[in-house]
Design a protein. Structure first.
Length: 194
């Protein structure tokens, strides 16, 4: 019996010491120093796993399915892409619409276009890290205090949950990408589509 009590006491002490060492040795996120190269690699991983290409890179129809138009990667909705006539009757049936290249969306808010998030000045090339952070944290267009709200399908509320380091990594990666000169059209209200 003494052996069991001694073993439990010893085990309890080891667990307490291990827990204390882990929590006291934990480094707060703001104290972590990571090289810029490591952040860019992390940003590449996040952008690819989160699926930023899904909306911000135009698609071309391949042999069996839509494929990314890598020449315009992260260029958003191309200003030269034609927009077809919008059939608003689909809303009554509970549907929304996507453009053929999957960079424009029509819903009850009107039509929204995927932003250019490439490193070009027509994209995020002239944005500060603070603007990028505000866009993802607060859903502000161009990360500006007076900017309009980001429109669907941009899932900024999900991205707002990312750590500051992850958002910085995404920003640095996007700033390192090939610039795509493309001024994306502004959104249109539903009333303007009728």
């Amino acid at each position: 019996m003494k052996r069991i009590i001694f073993s439990l006491t010893l085990l309890s002490g080891v667990v307490t010491i291990a827990f204390t060492a882990c929590t006291n040795g934990a480094t707060k996120e703001e104290n972590v120093v990571i090289s810029q190269d490591s952040l860019v690699r992390r940003g590449s991983y996040l952008v690819n796993s989160i699926g930023c290409d899904d909306c911000h890179t135009p698609k071309k129809m391949g042999a069996h399915h839509p494929e990314l138009d890598m020449e315009h990667r992260f260029g958003g909705h191309l200003a030269t892409s034609p927009i077809g006539k919008t059939d608003l009757s689909v809303f009554k049936e509970g549907w929304m619409l996507f453009g053929m290249d999957l960079t424009s969306t029509v819903g009850p808010w009107g039509i929204s276009y995927s932003a250019n998030i490439s490193s070009d000045a027509t994209g995020i090339g002239s944005w500060t890290e603070g603007q990028f952070m505000k866009a993802l944290r607060e859903g502000k267009s161009k990360g500006l205090d007076g900017g309009r709200a980001l429109l669907p399908p941009m899932p900024w509320r999900n991205f707002a949950q990312l750590s500051d380091i992850d958002i910085k990594a995404i920003y640095l990666f996007l700033k390192s990408t090939k610039p795509v000169s493309n001024v994306v059209p502004g959104p249109q209200a539903l009333a303007d589509l009728k």
